[in-house]
Write a protein that binds this ligand. Sequence first.
Ligand SMILES: NC(=O)c1ccc[n+]([C@@H]2O[C@H](COP(=O)([O-])OP(=O)(O)OC[C@H]3O[C@@H](n4cnc5c(N)ncnc54)[C@H](O)[C@@H]3O)[C@@H](O)[C@H]2O)c1
Length: 142
Amino acid sequence: MIRMKDVLAEKGTDVWSVGSDNTVFQALELMAEKEIGALLVMDGDKVKGLFSERDYARKVILKGRSSKDTNISMVMTDKVFCTTPNDSADQCMALMTEKRVRHLPVVDDGKVVGLISIGDVVKSIISEQQSTINVLETYITS
Ligand SMILES: NC(=O)c1ccc[n+]([C@@H]2O[C@H](COP(=O)([O-])OP(=O)(O)OC[C@H]3O[C@@H](n4cnc5c(N)ncnc54)[C@H](O)[C@@H]3O)[C@@H](O)[C@H]2O)c1
């Protein structure tokens, strides 16, 4: 069973974040530089929210706000769902589906130790299923 600690071991434990008083424009610059679709919003080591491309589309563009004059705190999602290093990929996919979110910080003992996206979870589930198929093919043909 693939767990979030295995996913982080492969993708890395970097967590890209902004402060709640950063502007939306600064957040977009970091998202473009890192080629990612969301940033954790942190003040010090405290998680304050998550800012995603969806937040930008719905709360900035559609509301006619200016990204240079809008602070992240005004448009972030402040209810953040988390996972843990021991959670399985299936548990994460269930949480992402139920809560309709695509990014989850991985929290261990109250500390953020990584961040996983829906793409990471799908990739790990596909790779787990491929391993099962390989084992079954070997069994059938041997
Ligand atoms: N080949 C791979 O290993 C892989 C893994 C994940 C996603 N993808 C592809 O990337 C595209 C978009 O992926 P997505 O919708 O899952 O989300 P995304 O574009 O936000 O995430 C892409 C990668 O960046 C990482 N990431 C995103 N935000 C981060 C942050 N704030 N801090 C640290 N890491 C962060 C994710 O964990 C993921 O590995 C899709 O086309 C997907 O298939 C590929």
